[in-house]
Design a binder for this molecule. Structure first.
Ligand code: SAH
Length: 608
């Protein structure tokens, strides 16, 4: 939801309001805007009428006015929508309210990327480049438990020592904390001088936190628990809930840590279980008797085996869903409720996230952040995890949000990287796979899609989106003028993945077809002959003085641009970070420029 009260504001956020998901409201007095709705009453009344229904508000008006408008509507951090303010020039985007749970900080960053503005985020954790502890686990689907969240957040803001005891859930978040982070992992040594100022438990266990304690404590519950359930037909949902709750209480387990219920497929229509799953937002997994039968359980029953074909339902289903059995079979009956329930609980090694993962295949352009598209920047900002070759990850370091994970791997590990990205997306994370230039031109996009295809991907889950980037042939061309103005092609000289005969065939075809040709991967330390052969092939079809551009590291700090000719090109430095552009028979040099005529000024004579 966006609100602008003046024409200039409408313009400032125009890129944003082009998105069909963003509804723009303007006052009646403002001339009709495309896609905009008018509000009839005062803005205050209008806002009150739409406040509850929207998760985010972007205002393009004075911050003071926004503060007055929203003040009567604010409730608390957990419920308030994100409130973001953009100045009339579109220079600044301010995260005003609900920065963490309402995700105003993230929205601010995204809008700033989109409209090319500076993001202003004033929360303490953001300023300290730390993941905010009150939203730390949302990425991994963790649920918040009891605790003094405000107190713990204040301890972080004061840069006090924060003890973290993590007994379950992903530790990815721990891997990329800034050097000066306040977290201390594990139990503190009694001899340690600095006492913690706050403690975070990350565990399926529920700790009782006394209100008057020495320092603030909070708990996150990763969804690692699977409740195996067997029950008589028509057991009430109330009895099932009581059974779950009492078992959790007895074993000090947090209900928030329950990922789902597991049972036998005969129970897939058992209303009580379905109701409990709906009410508590739990997954319902079922297994066949054949799957459950061989599972080794502590309390098998012959009677059950006779009835349903497996000696255990609750324990076996819990183990199949969660692996590590924590609570063996408990039986519950009630005088007031119909039916009987057996419960067992197992803990899975990995938490159930519960979001649908996404894969963003992103081209980051040649290297300078000015050359990356706003959409690609937005995709990177939205990702939970960004994965790529070390050099490219380094190039986009400045885009990293606090708490975001940037994973890099060596250059030869493309397949491993693709599989890792897919695995994380299948688990539920939003993963951006970055390639330099365009991700679909000798980049990671094809590999990721091929791997997905091999896995029998349905084309939808995980969701895939490809973000194009400026490829090396474009960035190299732009440094010398307009060499690609006519039909052109790209050929990679790397024979690691393509047989050399095929490359030679294509070089011949490109040369004889008079295509302007951009050579990628022209020469490595060990692969030095290919460029020599390429030059020979082109020399058979084009004059010796055909212009050639040799561009190393376009738009990077070590950029080097050489304009030469076909007969001289091999005496120039050429390496793996170079793109070589060989002109066609009409390409000319003019001063420091390389120009291929398009034909506007008449056909250029072929071969001069
Ligand atoms: N996906 C990339 C290409 C990756 S293949 C893209 O679309 O640009 C790697 C090759 O790209 C390098 O060997 C080099 O030939 C070329 N390349 C990548 N970045 C470059 C840059 N900044 N300047 C010149 N060439 C570059």
């Amino acid at each position: 939801m966006a609100i602008a009260t003046h024409q200039q504001g409408v313009k400032a956020i125009a890129t944003l309001t082009q998105d069909p998901l963003v509804q723009l409201y303007v006052p009646k007095t403002l001339v009709q805007q495309d896609n905009a709705l008018h509000y009839d009453n005062s803005l205050k009344e209008h806002l009150a009428s739409i406040w509850e229904k929207n998760r985010a508000f972007v205002f393009c008006l004075a911050t003071g006015a926004v503060v007055r408008l929203i003040a009567p509507l604010l409730k608390n951090k957990a419920e308030d929508p994100a409130v973001v303010v953009v100045d009339a020039q579109g220079d600044y985007v301010i995260s005003l309210c609900a920065g963490h749970e309402g995700q105003a900080d993230l929205l601010t960053q995204l809008i700033a990327n989109q409209i090319g503005a500076t993001a202003i985020i004033t929360g303490a954790s953001h300023s300290l480049s730390l993941p905010a502890i009150d939203i730390l686990g949302f990425t991994y689907g963790w649920r918040k438990g009891e605790g003094d969240w405000t107190g713990a957040m204040a301890a972080v803001a004061k840069q006090g020592k924060v003890q973290v005891i993590q007994e379950a859930g992903s530790t990815l978040w721990q891997e990329q904390l800034p050097p000066q982070h306040p977290f201390h992992f594990g139990f503190s040594n009694p001899q340690e001088e600095i006492k913690p100022q706050a403690r975070i438990w990350i565990s399926p266990t529920k700790r009782k936190i006394a209100p008057q304690n020495d320092f603030p404590k909070v708990q996150w519950h990763p969804k690692v628990l699977w409740v195996g359930i067997g029950c008589e037909r028509n057991t009430s949902s109330e009895l099932i809930e009581t059974a779950i709750d009492e078992t959790c209480q007895t074993y000090h387990l947090a209900k928030e840590a329950i990922a789902g219920i597991a049972s036998i497929d005969l129970k897939s229509d058992e209303e009580g279980m379905i109701e409990v799953c709906q009410r508590r937002n739990l997954i319902f997994k079922t297994f066949t008797a054949e799957q459950l039968d061989p599972v080794d359980v502590p309390t098998p029953s012959e009677v059950v085996k006779q009835e349903v074909g497996t000696p255990s339902v609750a324990e076996a289903a819990a183990i199949l869903a969660g692996e590590n059995l924590l609570v063996s079979k408990q039986i519950f009956k009630s005088d007031h409720q119909p039916g009987a329930v057996t419960i067992a609980i197992a803990q899975a090694a990995q938490e159930y996230i519960g979001h649908t993962g996404k894969l963003y295949l992103v081209g980051i352009g040649p290297g300078n952040l000015n050359q990356i598209t706003p959409a690609a920047k937005t995709a990177i900002a939205q990702a939970d995890l960004v994965i790529g070759y070390q050099l490219y990850i380094d190039l986009i370091q400045s885009l990293k949000r606090p708490g975001q994970i940037f994973e890099s791997s060596p250059i030869t590990q493309e397949q491993k990287r693709a599989l890792r990205a897919i695995e994380l997306a299948q688990w539920g994370l939003t993963v951006a796979v970055v390639s330099s230039g365009d991700c679909g031109i000798y980049g990671m996009a094809g590999l990721v899609l091929e791997e997905l295809q091999n896995m029998g991907w349905n084309g939808k889950t995980p969701q895939v989106q490809v973000f194009p980037g400026i490829s090396a042939l474009q960035s190299a061309a732009s440094r010398v003028g307009a060499p690609l103005m006519h039909d052109f092609c790209a050929i990679s000289l790397s024979d690691l993945l393509t047989p050399w005969e095929m490359i030679q065939k294509r070089l011949n075809a490109a040369a004889s077809g008079d295509f302007i040709t951009a050579l990628y991967n022209p020469r490595s330390q060990t692969r030095t002959q290919q460029i020599v052969t390429a030059q020979e092939i082109f020399s058979q079809h084009r004059p010796a003085d055909t212009p050639v551009a040799i561009v190393h590291g376009a738009y990077r700090d070590d950029e080097q641009v050489i304009l030469t000719t076909l007969d001289q090109m091999l005496s120039q430095p050429i390496d793996m970070l170079t793109t070589v552009i060989i002109g066609n028979t009409t390409t000319r040099n003019h001063a420091e420029w390389m120009i291929t005529p398009r034909g506007y000024l008449g056909f250029a004579p072929e071969g001069k």
